[in-house]
Design a protein around this ligand. Structure first.
Ligand code: NAD
Ligand code: AKB
Length: 315
């Protein structure tokens, strides 16, 4: 039985991960935290704590009080927001990481935090990007993710903290809005298709990025946390991905259900530049070999789920 402390639990990942973990381990063994108390959704009126991850004393105090055997650290600023506020991103992304790693070290907890395709940069091989390769990102978010990966290696080697991580691609879901990333277009397009039958993309046609449906991402976290430590040789972050797509491909998939759907473009130079600095597609062989990483959702299956989920939510 696990006892799990989650930071940033009201975000795109935490909203669904908390619910799934509570189904498996029980409500009392999973403590979600964030900057505010949830006012709607499945976490409303359930055990929840306010925790600012930049407050090192509060993080340590909460950890000693709850006594988790696993810390899942999700609080962060995503790529587009981080690029607009780089100093704040450094403080939250690096400060939060250090404070939660120190807390994990103090209580001997297993530790998970996601890295990202954003940890790669313009000089990284673009297609079938290897597990071990050049990581010289051109964004503050990427700098934070590379530094974070190095810190996970460091805490594992130096202090024996059981660190685990994946380089998530863009995650696609409808329960919670994405938090201000470059891949957000791939969520927005589904909402606008259902509401208005048209979407104006801030990412240009022909820009390929890796993506994954949220259910696969949640299973991926749970599987990696349960994996046999003896079999894991990667402690900084595993490449994982379900599909490599561009806006046109998503539009074609939507048109199978909404034939009149129209995709237009009004490219945002900042987010387009970030997207172009990231890989087109990742090589995920290490994750498959070491802990049996797999995905259930391809683009068309994800489209069906997104459209039906959004319609249900709107009714
Ligand atoms: P999100 O932006 O949806 O949620 C982040 C949460 O962190 C928010 O609820 C926010 O209130 C909280 N937060 C911000 N500052 C905080 C602070 N100082 N203290 C406590 N909480 C704070 O993010 P997400 O999409 O759920 O991402 C979680 C993690 O996964 C991040 O590290 C992100 O970089 C990584 N990731 C996400 C994706 C994706 O597509 N969603 C892809 C790759 C990696
Ligand atoms: C973002 O676009 O910032 C995130 C990510 C891929 O890390 N979705």
């Amino acid at each position: 039985m696990k006892r799990i402390l989650i930071t940033g639990a009201l975000g795109q990942i935490g909203t669904e991960l908390t619910v799934k973990l509570r189904e498996i381990y029980g409500e009392e063994n999973v403590l979600p935290t964030d900057l505010r108390i949830p006012e709607w959704g499945k976490m409303k009126d359930t055990p929840f704590e306010i925790l600012d991850v930049t407050d090192s004393e509060a993080v340590m105090e909460m950890t000693k009080k709850f006594k988790p055997d696993t810390i899942i650290h999700l609080a962060a600023l995503l790529s587009a927001v981080a690029e607009r506020t780089p100093k704040r991103a450094w403080d939250i992304n690096m400060g939060g990481l250090m404070n939660t790693l120190e807390a994990a070290r103090e209580v001997g907890a297993q530790y998970f935090t996601p890295s990202s395709i954003g940890s790669f940069g313009p000089s990284t091989p673009k297609d079938n990007t290897p597990q071990e390769t050049i990581q010289r990102p051109s964004t503050m978010y990427g700098v934070n993710k590379v530094a974070g990966e190095l810190l996970l290696d460091y805490y594992y080697e130096r202090f024996g903290v059981d660190t685990r991580s994946v380089r998530f691609p863009g995650l696609i879901s409808y329960e919670q809005e994405p938090g201000g990333g470059t891949t957000d277009y791939a969520c927005e397009i589904y909402f606008e298709a259902v509401k208005n039958g048209t979407y104006t993309s801030f990412i240009d046609k022909g820009t390929y990025m890796d993506m994954m449906y949220i259910d696969d991402a949640i299973n991926c976290i749970i599987d990696l946390l349960q994996a046999d430590p003896e079999k894991l040789s990667v402690r900084n972050a595993f490449n994982v991905s379900a599909m490599s797509i561009d806006p046109e491909m998503v539009a074609e998939s939507i048109k199978k259900h909404i034939p009149e759907f129209e995709l237009k473009y009004d490219v945002d130079p900042m987010r387009q530049a970030i997207a172009e600095s990231w890989p087109n597609s990742l090589d995920c062989d290490e994750a498959k070999e070491q802990w049996n990483f797999k995905c259930e959702y391809d683009l068309d299956k994800m489209t069906e789920k997104m459209l039906s989920g959004i319609r249900e939510k709107m009714n």
